[in-house]
Structure formats: C-alpha cells, structure tokens
Ligand binder design. Structure first.
Ligand SMILES: C[S@@+](CC[C@H](N)C(=O)[O-])C[C@H]1O[C@@H](n2cnc3c(N)ncnc32)[C@H](O)[C@@H]1O
Length: 184
C-alpha cells in the first residue's frame, strides 16, 4: 500500500515537473518572439473579426490570408462563419501552436493552413482577401510585396491601422475602432 502511494507521488512529481518545464519553455518562446517580431501580439475578438470579414465581402469558398495571424482568430471566424479557407503566417511558434489547437477545437483545421514565417521573407500566397492587424508603418512596407504578388482588385482589410499611401474604398467603425477596406 505504502509503495503504491510512493509510486503515485513520484508519477505526480514527474508529470508536474514536465508540465512546468513545458510551460516555462512556452512562455520563454512567447517572450522571445514578442521581442523579435515587428508587431506585438494583440488578439482580435470574434466580433471584430466578423465585422472585418463582412467589410471585405468575404464569400463561401474564398481564401483569406492573415499576415501575422497570431492565434488564428480571424482565420477561424472566416472558416467557421463564412465557410472560407484560410492561410496564416506568424513568426511566433508558440502562437501557431495555440492557433492549431483553436482551429481543431472549432472543427475547422481542414480549412486552415498555419505556417511559420517572417512576413517580409515569405512568398505571398494567392488569396481573395488579405487581413492585416499590424502597425501603419508595417502595412506600408508590406504594400509593394502585396502588389507584386496579388492581382489588381484583391481586397485588403485592416483593423485600427490604415495603409497610409492608399485611399480606402470603405471604412467602418466597430466597437470604437476603425476598420478599412482597400483594393490593390
Ligand atoms: C496585433 S497581432 C495580430 C494577430 C492576429 N492577426 C489577430 O488579429 O488576432 C500581430 C501579429 O503579428 C505577428 N508578427 C509580428 N511581426 C511579424 C513578422 N515579422 N512576421 C510574421 N508575423 C509577425 C505577431 O507575432 C502577432 O501575432
């Protein structure tokens, strides 16, 4: 009896130690990429994502590209509510791990591709709609790459931060924030 209790305590000890190490590594990874990335992770909520994708006029079967996708919220809403496909890139491995878990939980894993990459180095894939939640300066730096890779007329939606050198086609306010629709 005492031996069983000792073995159980050892198992609990090993499991909690492993979980603790995993958690510390996860937090370190998050912090590392917070410093390395161009924009810190601030998540979009589901309502904001839905409003943004509605502004983009996203239709069933279209493809959304989220550059700096974080934990995948915009893509998950696109797949779940609009039956669209999604592709997202983020520099942060820890966030991509969470994004995969969230997509699985929402039952949309098959619709969403999540890839690690620096948005200034990756080849920009084809998409009908590009969703951005980055700083103004980063949007502006990205613009030539988007123009080069995507056909004219591709819709680009941004939250809060505009693309300074482009005139938006439509703007809207949602929960006190500005959202912008552009066409390349
Ligand atoms: C403001 S968050 C937006 C996250 C997500 N799009 C959303 O709306 O919930 C910006 C994201 O860009 C990512 N990021 C910053 N610099 C990056 C870079 N150079 N390449 C790829 N992703 C980057 C960050 O890791 C972060 O997840």
């Amino acid at each position: 009896m005492i031996e069983t209790v000792i073995i159980l305590m050892r198992v609990v000890q090993v499991v909690s130690l492993t979980l603790g190490v995993f958690l510390i590594l996860f937090i370190l990874l998050l912090c590392f990429y917070l410093i390395r990335g161009h924009v810190p992770w601030v998540p979009t909520n589901d309502g904001q994502a839905r409003a943004l994708l509605r502004l983009a006029g996203l239709r069933k079967g279209e493809r959304v590209l989220d550059l700096g996708c974080g934990d995948g919220r915009i893509l998950i809403v696109a797949a779940h509510d609009f039956e669209a496909d999604g592709i997202g890139y983020d520099i942060n491995l820890a966030l991509l791990f969470v994004a995969r878990l969230r997509a699985f939980k929402a039952g949309v894993s098959r619709r969403i591709q999540l890839r690690r990459g620096d948005l200034f180095r990756i080849p920009i894939p084809k998409a009908d709609v590009v969703a951005l939640y980055l700083y103004e300066r980063v949007n502006e730096q990205l613009l030539p790459r988007l123009r080069e890779a995507l056909p004219r007329g591709t819709r680009v939606v941004t939250r809060v931060f505009p693309i300074p050198s482009l005139t938006p086609k439509v703007t809207q306010t949602y929960e006190h924030e500005m959202q912008y629709l552009y066409e390349l």
